[in-house]
Write a protein that binds this ligand. Structure first.
Ligand code: FES
Ligand code: FES
Length: 208
């Protein structure tokens, strides 16, 4: 296959060759239990294919560098960072995104417990946490708090302070084991970002 290499762009005095994308080719996999087939360049990153071609927008682009965990998906049951995975590497695999955790309109225990235990605030990191947590619970139905912390160490959250997330995973494990029928909210944790006396109290939009 030959690609055109005749396009140029100017950077200072240098001519930099623009490398055109390879043409789209058939890519197929099972995404959330459905067979999907899309056209994607051979060098496409899984995160881009899932968001732009398959339409599973629950997969979030955070850092694009493998450091935040927002883009985590399960590949054949194992948590994987989709921003660091070429789609071609996982052709034909069973891929689970956050959309695939629920049973139709019924949330999975891990999703319910994140909601009831305050494991999600702005929510941007939540899909990645849910995937990492569910992958843990699939392999270890009764994890210790330390094991939960290890399982989510690749996921970053700027909002919650992590304790609520660990509570939520613990509660989801109990719910999945059938030890409880519902997941009552845990007792409130201290605000991870308390407003101190010196901090501004102006409403949003009025800060100087
Ligand atoms: S977007 Fe993949 S780890 Fe941050
Ligand atoms: S809930 Fe906002 S970054 Fe985690």
């Amino acid at each position: 296959m030959t690609y055109r290499t005749t396009a140029f762009t100017m950077v200072g005095e240098e001519h930099v060759t623009m490398v055109p994308s390879p043409p789209g080719q058939r890519w197929a996999a099972e995404v959330n239990g459905q067979q999907v087939e899309v056209l994607a360049p051979s060098n496409a990153v899984l995160l881009d294919v899932l968001r732009d071609k398959v339409g599973t927008l629950g997969v979030k682009r955070g850092c694009d560098l493998g450091t935040c965990g927002c883009c985590a998906v399960m590949i054949d049951g194992q948590p994987v960072l989709s921003c660091l995975t070429l789609a071609g590497q996982v052709e034909g695999a069973a891929i689970t995104t956050v959309e695939g955790l629920s049973d139709g309109a019924h949330l999975a225990p891990i999703q319910t417990c994140f909601a009831t235990h305050g494991g999600s605030q702005c929510g941007f990191c939540t899909p990645g946490f849910l995937i990492s947590s569910q992958a843990l619970l699939n392999e270890n139905p009764e994890p210790s708090r330390e094991e939960i912390a290890v399982a989510i160490e690749g996921n970053l959250c700027r909002c919650t302070g992590y304790q609520q997330i660990i509570d939520a995973v613990e509660a989801a494990a109990a719910l999945q084991r059938g030890e409880v029928e519902t997941s009552p909210a845990s007792s409130p944790h201290p605000d991870p970002h308390p407003v101190g006396p010196e901090e501004p109290t102006m409403p949003p939009g009025h800060a100087k």
